[in-house]
Design a protein around this ligand. Structure first.
Ligand code: GAR
Length: 188
């Protein structure tokens, strides 16, 4: 059994999509949801699916071993960042080498780095009149959005598309591909 913990800061549509995808899978279990935001809708999604969740503060994350202890107690094998906005601390990367992945809503290395997340990315794509965008799934290292890329795929951006239109297209790609990439990485 592979046990996955998902970290999410906001709505959690990707988290829920992943939860649903693996619901009947006997070898992969989404066993924990972590959030830095007590108001994040992802918490309600965790409750709805009967998945344990933990809300943590900045000191919990950066200056304590609380999170690592919970991960170990639950025998977590793999960590998925699905709309998680904080930089992953070094101790976590060292504890889970090549076992933490992130999804980014653009074609990295474009539109990556600190402060580039969610709608900000899509607004930048539209502002720059790009003709394509897409998703990047990558390993997490000590810098924002810099780890090795595992998977990318593109969508068109039309001249009249708004940032919301781009967000919708990118979300569709995320829903279609993220769970499959996770499954393939875990060989199940
Ligand atoms: C997703 O589009 C994800 O790619 C993005 O946040 C959104 C979360 O949506 N992540 C980043 O921007 C990370 N830098 P969701 O909460 O509905 O899954």
């Amino acid at each position: 059994m592979n046990k996955i913990a998902i970290f999410a800061s906001g709505s959690g549509t990707n988290a829920e999509n992943i939860i649903k995808f693996f619901k009947e899978n006997k070898k992969i279990e989404i066993s924990l949801i972590f959030s830095n935001n007590k108001n994040a809708h992802v918490i309600q999604r965790a409750v709805n699916h009967n998945i344990k969740y933990h809300i943590f503060s900045r000191p919990d994350f950066y200056d304590s071993d609380k999170i690592l202890n919970i991960l170990k107690e639950n025998k977590t094998d793999f960590i998925v960042l699905a709309g998680f906005m904080w930089l992953i601390p070094e101790y976590l990367i060292d504890a889970y080498p090549n076992k933490i992945i992130n999804i980014h809503p653009a074609l990295l290395p474009k539109y990556g780095g600190k402060g580039m997340f969610g709608m900000k990315v899509h607004e930048a794509v539209v502002e720059n009149r790009d003709t394509e965008s897409g998703i990047s799934i990558h390993y997490v290292n000590k810098e924002y959005d810099k780890g090795n890329i595992i998977f990318q795929t593109k969508c068109n951006v039309l001249p009249d598309d708004t940032a919301d239109d781009v967000a919708k297209k990118v979300h569709e790609l995320e829903y279609a591909h993220f769970p499959v990439v996770i499954k393939n990485l875990l060989n199940n």
